[in-house]
Write a protein that binds this ligand. Structure first.
Ligand code: PLP
Length: 449
C-alpha cells in the first residue's frame, strides 16, 4: 500500500490503521491484485444486508455508497437472492446474442415498458456501463453515417477507447493512453454552482448551448458531421452536478435541428436513483439512445443500450455482439429488480432522498465548508469549499470521506471536492438520519484539526 502525503487536515490518505487484524492481514495479501485505481480506504467486506455492511473484523458500516451506485435494492435483497438461486439451478448462460432465452426476453420487455411511451424501443444487453456507451457510440455512427461525437467536460462514460475519448473528468484517466478516438469533441456542462465561461449564473443554460452552436459548430465541428451528443442527466463522477434548468430541452431541440442523435448516459443516474426511472424524465425530454448499467443488475454485472426501434433495427446481423450479454442469471435478477424499482424503489428514492437532502442542507448552517448541497432522489452531492475563497477543497472532501469510514459510514468522493451519497434505494428515513449524523461527526472531526 503506497502511503500518500499528509494533507492539510492531518490525515494520511491511505491510513495504515486498518480497522482490525483480519482486515489488516487481507490488505497485506492484496499484492497480487492489480490496483490501477488505488484504493480509497481499507474496507474489507465480510457480509452485508440492505444498507449495512460488516467487515471481516465484525465492524458495522452504514453503506450510502452501494458499491458506487450499484445496489439499487440493497445488499442481498431476499427477492433477488431467491430469483438468482432459482436461476442458477436452471441455467446460467447460453450466449444471448446467438440464442434465445426467457430471462433475457422478460428483462428486455420490462425495461422497454419503463421507457417513455412504454414501447418503440429495443435493448442490447452488455456487461457494464462502458460497453453500453460503446454500443451507443457505434449505433449512432452506424445509423447516421457521421463520425463525430460531442460529450461534456467533467463527463465520465468509461475507460475503453471509445468511451474514454468522451470521458473528461480527470486527466489521470487519459494520461498515458493517447491517441484517443478521433472525432471526439467536448462542450461545457451547465453547472449552475460554478458557471462555465464566466457566465451570468442566470444564463448558464444559454451560455453552454451557445458554446456548442457559436464556437464548436462555427469553428471545429460541422454539425452535419456530428452523429451524437452524449450527456449524463446528472453528471456523476464529475461531481454530482444537476444541469441548469432548461439546458437539456434546448439540447434536444438543437439535436433535432441538425439531425444529431441525443444519447443519455443513465449508467449512474438511471433505474430509479433520482426518484424517477430515468434522470432525463426530470427534464421533460426523450433521448434517442439510453445507456444503463450499475443499478440495473442489483449487484450483478449487466449493462444495456436501449435505442429507438427505428434506429436499432438498422443494424445488420453481425454489426454488434458479445458473449455474456443476455446472460440468464443476470437477466433473471435484473427483471426482478426492475419490478421492485417500479413497485416501490422509485417512490422511496424520491421520498427519502428529499429528507436526506434536507438533513444535509441543515449541515450547511453549521459548516461553512459545505459550499453546495444538490441532487435528486438518492443521488446527492455535497461540495466542500474553502469558505474564504469559495474554491473547491479537495483535501477536505477526501479527509471527510476517510473520517466517515472511521465513524462507520461508507461514502465516496467525486468531482474535484464533492462527497456523494448514492445509497441503496431501500434507505429508510432512520438510516438517512443516521447517515447525516455520522457525516456531521466526520466533518466536525476534520474541521476541528
Ligand atoms: N457512465 C457513467 C455515467 C458512469 O458513472 C460510469 C461508471 O462510473 C460508466 C459510464 C462506466 O460504467 P462501468 O464502470 O460499469 O463500465
Amino acid at each position: 500500500m503506497t502511503a500518500l502525503p499528509e494533507t492539510k487536515y492531518g490525515i494520511d490518505y491511505m491510513p495504515t490503521d486498518v480497522p482490525g487484524p483480519k482486515a489488516r492481514a487481507l490488505v497485506g495479501r492484496d499484492s497480487h491484485v492489480m490496483a490501477p485505481m488505488g484504493r480509497v480506504y481499507p474496507l474489507v467486506i465480510e457480509h452485508a444486508a440492505g444498507c449495512e455492511v460488516w467487515d471481516v473484523d465484525g465492524h458495522r458500516y452504514l453503506d450510502v455508497n452501494a458499491g458506487i451506485a450499484v445496489l439499487a435494492a440493497g445488499h442481498c435483497h431476499p427477492r433477488l437472492v431467491e430469483v438468482g438461486q432459482a436461476q442458477l439451478t436452471r441455467f446460467t448462460h447460453m450466449a444471448g446474442t446467438d440464442f434465445y432465452n426467457e430471462p433475457m426476453i422478460k428483462a428486455a420487455e420490462k425495461l422497454v415498458s419503463l421507457m417513455p411511451g412504454g414501447a418503440g424501443w429495443q435493448v442490447f444487453f452488455s456487461n457494464s456501463g462502458t460497453e453500453a456507451v460503446e454500443a451507443s457510440i457505434k449505433l449512432a455512427r452506424y445509423v447516421t453515417g457521421r463520425q463525430n461525437i460531442i460529450a461534456f467536460y467533467g463527463a465520465f462514460h468509461g475507460r475503453s477507447y471509445g468511451s474514454l475519448s468522451l470521458t473528461a473528468s480527470k486527466p489521470r484517466q487519459r494520461k498515458g493512453c493517447f491517441p484517443l478516438v478521433p472525432g471526439s469533441f467536448h462542450a461545457f456542462y451547465p453547472n449552475p454552482y460554478r458557471p462555465p465561461l464566466g457566465s451570468d449564473p442566470e444564463r448558464v443554460a444559454e451560455t453552454c448551448l451557445s458554446f456548442i452552436e457559436q464556437t464548436l459548430f462555427a469553428t471545429t465541428c460541422p454539425p452535419e458531421e456530428v452523429a451524437a451528443i452524449v450527456i449524463e442527466s446528472i453528471q456523476g463522477e464529475g461531481g454530482y452536478i444537476v444541469p441548469a434548468p432548461g439546458f437539456m430541452r434546448s439540447l434536444r431541440e438543437l439535436c433535432d435541428r441538425h439531425g444529431i442523435l441525443l444519447i443519455c448516459d443513465e449508467v449512474q443516474s438511471g433505474v430509479g436513483r433520482t426518484g424517477k426511472m430515468w434522470g432525463f424524465e426530470h427534464e421533460g425530454i426523450v433521448p434517442d439512445i439510453v445507456a444503463s448499467a450499475k443499478g440495473l443488475g442489483g449487484g450483478l454485472p449487466i449493462g444495456a443500450m436501449i435505442a429507438r426501434t427505428e434506429l436499432a433495427s438498422k443494424w445488420q446481423p453481425g454489426s454488434h455482439g458479445n458473449t455474456y450479454g443476455g446472460n440468464g442469471l443476470t437477466c433473471a435478477v435484473t427483471h426482478e429488480l426492475l419490478c421492485m424499482v417500479e413497485e416501490e424503489l422509485i417512490d422511496n428514492a424520491a421520498h427519502v432522498g428529499l429528507h436526506l437532502l434536507g438533513r444535509l442542507e441543515e449541515l450547511q448552517l453549521r459548516f461553512p465548508q459545505l459550499g453546495c448541497v444538490r441532487g435528486r432522489g438518492l443521488m446527492i452531492g455535497v461540495e466542500f469549499i474553502d469558505p474564504t475563497s469559495g474554491d473547491p477543497d479537495h483535501d477536505l472532501a477526501e479527509a471527510v470521506m476517510i473520517e466517515a469510514f472511521r465513524k462507520g459510514l461508507l461514502v465516496l468522493t467525486c468531482g474535484p471536492s464533492t462527497v456523494r451519497f448514492c445509497p441503496p434505494l431501500t434507505l429508510t428515513i432512520e438510516q438517512a438520519d443516521e447517515a447525516a449524523e455520522r457525516f456531521a461527526l466526520a466533518i466536525e472531526a476534520c474541521v476541528a484539526r
